[in-house]
Ligand binder design. Structure first.
Ligand code: UDX
Length: 447
């Protein structure tokens, strides 16, 4: 009989995973402790913006016309325990307030709430990003609290999905990493992932600590790559070089590669920044802090980008203060094709300029609601054109396609000054300059 799967936590990761498991043919029960989220999902609505996810969900949610009916939702752990053969834990592990370490309380509550309802053999699979050592500890806790005792196994199966590509990354993962303590965990996960395995996704089996480390080291590497090119951008600016050309040229070396070499205002989001910090905190606890001191530098190069963007804006406005200046900000989310504003460099820059007296107006295709909630005191406009109306300077801070397709002449008619600063090195400088704009970007010559 086909495995029955539960997915605990229905954020970007869990909602996508639940819909993807139903797409792969399994009966799925999604659980969240927030009843409003569950009500939305039951109606086939996704509580956030993720391309393709709503369509996928609507193909499977029970009660929706034409849907397979394989996907249902609940707030009851009792129901989840009775239903599932395999339970995926997909809750988040945010940064703790005032500390580098990550907050494990959601993971721990999920395990504690589920365990007493595990009365028959089951596999619990952690997908959340956790400090190394957590899985071993949670396995003991699970064995002690689950009525089925040794018939309940734990596996760790880190998730590498990128927001904006969550559906594709989940259905067609570039690798499946599995940390196990026994053979049953591996067997069951081979069954869960039979379809991507048949498509050729590599399946890499290892112990718990290595699987936990794979996730944090992958994110550290990606962050290092971005901060590397941003450090080169700083040098390029000092030497009047062009970081975009430099990245193109070094990217042809296969060992370096072209991806993740876009200089700009740096990385943000709910993963990269907090994962770096949690990794450093954990290494400290393990007595291996020296191994990761370089990550402190990666973090500070990244945070410097935001301040630098503010200074570049001040400079573009004549070097004085921001008082009385109108600043249009295109982009609020931490990356395009998402509505996520967590630790968004774009909003951080907008907020800093606002706090220094600038009149900031923000527009973002999908992130307006979340941005308003986080920064209610900023000005917001319904379109890019409205945002730039009367602006002394326009900042391009999230590389949405919509912004690349803007017509510089149309925008030029409504701004006070044709000045644009590209914080993502994603616009075509020639196009803007030809339309009479002063175009500047991080790490590129003034021209
Ligand atoms: C990341 C990892 O890529 C993913 O594997 C992991 O599971 C979760 O964290 P995500 O947070 O969705 O995914 O975003 P990602 O695409 O990695 O981008 C992170 C940040 O880096 C964004 O703010 C983006 O704008 C920035 N970035 C990316 C750059 O500044 N330059 C680049 O070249 C690439």
């Amino acid at each position: 009989m086909a495995l029955k799967i539960t997915v605990i936590g229905t954020g970007y990761l869990g909602a996508t995973h639940a819909a993807a498991m139903a797409e792969l043919g399994f009966e799925v029960l999604g659980l969240d402790v927030v009843p409003e989220k569950i009500e939305m999902l039951q109606r086939g609505e996704v509580p956030m913006y993720e391309p393709g996810l709503e369509e996928l969900l609507r193909r499977h949610v029970a009660g929706i016309e034409g849907a397979s009916g394989r996907l249902r939702f609940t707030t009851s752990y009792e129901e989840a325990g009775a239903f599932g053969d395999v339970h995926f834990i997909c809750v988040n592990t945010p940064q703790k307030h005032g500390e580098y370490a990550c907050d494990m309380s959601y993971v721990e509550s999920a395990f504690d709430a589920l365990a007493p309802h595990l009365t028959r053999p089951a596999l619990v699979v952690g997908k959340s990003t956790v400090p190394v050592g957590s899985a071993a500890r949670l396995a003991e806790r699970l064995a002690a609290a689950a009525p089925a005792g040794a018939d309940v196994e734990l596996a760790w199966n880190p998730e590498f999905l990128r927001e904006g590509f969550a559906v594709k990354d989940t259905l067609h993962p570039d690798r499946i990493v599995v940390g196990v303590a026994g053979e049953r965990g591996e067997e069951l996960l081979r069954e869960v992932y039979a379809t991507p395995l048949a498509e050729g996704s590599p399946f890499i089996v290892m112990d718990y600590p290595t699987s936990e480390l794979v996730k944090t080291s992958a994110n550290s590497f990606l962050a290092t790559k971005i901060s590397f090119i941003n450090a080169m951008a700083e040098v390029c600016e000092a030497a009047n070089g062009d970081v975009v050309k430099l990245a193109e040229a070094i990217g042809h070396d296969e060992r370096i590669g072209k991806k993740f070499l876009r200089a700009g205002i740096g990385f943000g989001g709910g993963c990269l920044p907090k994962d770096l910090r949690a990794f450093m905190a954990r290494a400290g606890e393990l007595g291996a802090d020296q191994a990761l001191t370089f990550l402190r530098e990666i973090d500070s190069i990244n945070m410097r980008r935001r301040g630098h963007m503010v200074e570049l804006t001040r400079d573009a406005l004549g070097g004085g203060g921001f008082l009385g200046k109108r600043v249009a900000v295109l982009g609020a989310t931490f990356k395009p094709d998402s509505d996520d504003v967590r630790d968004s460099p774009a909003l951080n820059v907008a907020g800093q300029i606002h706090l220094q007296g600038g009149q900031v107006t923000v527009y973002d295709p999908k992130g307006m609601e979340n941005a308003r909630r986080l920064f209610p005191t900023l000005g917001y406009a319904d379109t890019a054109l409205d945002a730039v109306r009367g602006a002394d300077v326009v900042l391009h801070l999230t590389e949405w396609r919509e912004f690349r397709e803007l017509d510089p002449a149309t925008l030029g008619d409504v701004v006070a000054e044709r000045r644009i600063l590209d914080g993502r090195n994603a616009l075509d400088p020639d196009l803007w300059r030809k339309a009479g704009w002063t175009y500047r970007a991080l790490g590129r010559p003034k021209a």
